[in-house]
Design a binder for this molecule. Sequence first.
Ligand code: EPU
Length: 430
Amino acid sequence: MVKYMIEGGSPLSGRVSISGAKNAAVAMLPATLLVNGVCRIENVPDISDVRLLLEILSDMGASIRRLSRNTLELDCSRVRNATAPIDLVRRIRASYYLIGAELGRFGHACVAMPGGCNFGVRPIDQHIKGFEALGAQVEQSGGYVVADAPEGGLMGGHVYLDIVSVGATMNILLASVLANGTTVIENCAKEPHIVDLANFLNAMGAKISGAGTDIIKVRGVRELRGGAYSIIPDQIEAGTYMAAAAAVGGSVLIEGVIPKHLDCITAKLREMGARVTEYDDAIRVESVRRLRRANVKTMPYPGFPTDMQPQIAVCMALAEGTSLVTEGIYDNRFRYTGELNRMGACIQVESKTAVIDGVRELHGCEVRACDLRAGAAMVIAALAAGGTTIIEDAHYIERGYEDIIGKLAGLGAHIRRVETYEVATADVAG
Ligand code: EPU
C-alpha cells in the first residue's frame, strides 16, 4: 500500500524535467517483438507500467539490458511465441499491444484481456476490426483474445475506424508493418505518441507514412532490423506540472518538452489567467492571482486530452466562477470529483459534464487516488490545500509519473511517500 502525505499551501518554484512519454513507451516495448535485432531505446520513463511490460517481455524470452535509468537495450529475436503471463498482462491496459505485435511477428497471438484504469467499458472491437481487415481470425473466449493470421501470413488491408482510437491505431500499425502489401488506416488517432511509434518503427526499417494525420499508410516490409531511438517527452506529465503551477501558484519552468504538443493546455491556462511563456523546449507557468473560470471538453488530439481532465478540474475547483468540464472520450471519468468534494470543492456531475463552482480554498484530508490521472489531480489539490492530505492508493500515480516525489520536492513541495505492507481483507478471504 502506497500513500502520499502532503503538506499543502506553499507555492511551487524552480524547474522540473519531463520524462519520456508513457503512452509511447508502452507501445514501443511490445513493438520490439517485431524487430530482428537489438533495439536501443532512450528516454524510457522509469514508471511501474514500463517495469511491468519489461517483466512480461523478459518472461517471454526477451533479452533486456538496462544501460542507465532511462536507456534500455532489448533483443526479442529469440522470443518464440510464448503466451505472456496472464497475472501480469491483466494489470496493464497496454498489454493489448502484445496482440498486434505477436500477430505481426508470429502470425498467432493469445493474450489475456487487458486491465488498466477503470473508466467504464473499454472495448477493443476496433483493434479486432483492424486485425480482421488484415485477414486474421480473432476470437475472444475465456478471458483471452486469440488471433491467427491466414496461411501465407497477414495481407495488407483497408480499415476505417468507427471511433478515433489511440490503441486501435497503434495496434493495427504493429500488426501491419510486416504484412504482405499495403495497409491503409482511416479516421485514425493523431496523438504525438502515434507519430512517435511510427517513427520508431520506421527507424527499424518499416515504411509508414501519414502518422499524425487521419490517414496512415503502411507498406509491409519483410523484416525490421535493430536500431536506436529516443522517446518524445510526455505531454501529459508536462501538462500535469503546468496545471500544478497554475492551481498551486508560483513559477515553474518545465523543461525538456515539445511546446507544440501542449498548445491546448497552454491556451486553456492562459484563458484562466495563468501566465505561460514558451521557449524552444521548455515552458514556464506563473500564477500569482486567483484563476478565472473556463469550460473544457475533452477530445482526441489536437483537442484537450482526457488524460488532463482531472488535473484541469482542480484548477477550476479553485477558480473564480462556475466552470464546466465535459468528458468526450470515456463514460466514467469523474469518480475523483467525490474525493475533491471531500477536500471542500463544489462539483456536481450531470451525465458527461461536471459543473464546478470554484471555491477560495481546499482543505487537507484523507482521499483516494481512483486511477492514475485522478491520483495526479489529488496531488495538485493537496499541494494547493491548507493542512495535510493523505492520498491512499498512490501506487496508481506511479504507473505514469517518474519520480513524482523527487520532482515535486525539487519545486519546494512538502511531500512524503509512505509504503506499508498491510494484507488486504479480500486477499485473506481468497
Ligand atoms: N473504444 C472503443 N473501441 C475500441 C477502442 C476504443 O469503443 O476498440 C473507445 C474507448 O472505450 C474510448 C474511446 O474509444 O471511449 C477512445 O479510446 P482509445 O482507444 O483512444 O483509448 P485507449 O487506447 O484505451 C489510450 C491511453 C489512455 C488515454 C486514451 C485516450 C494507453 C495505454 N492508454 O487508451 O491513457 O486516455 O488513449 O487518449 O495508451 C492514461 O495515460 O492515463 C490513459 C488512460
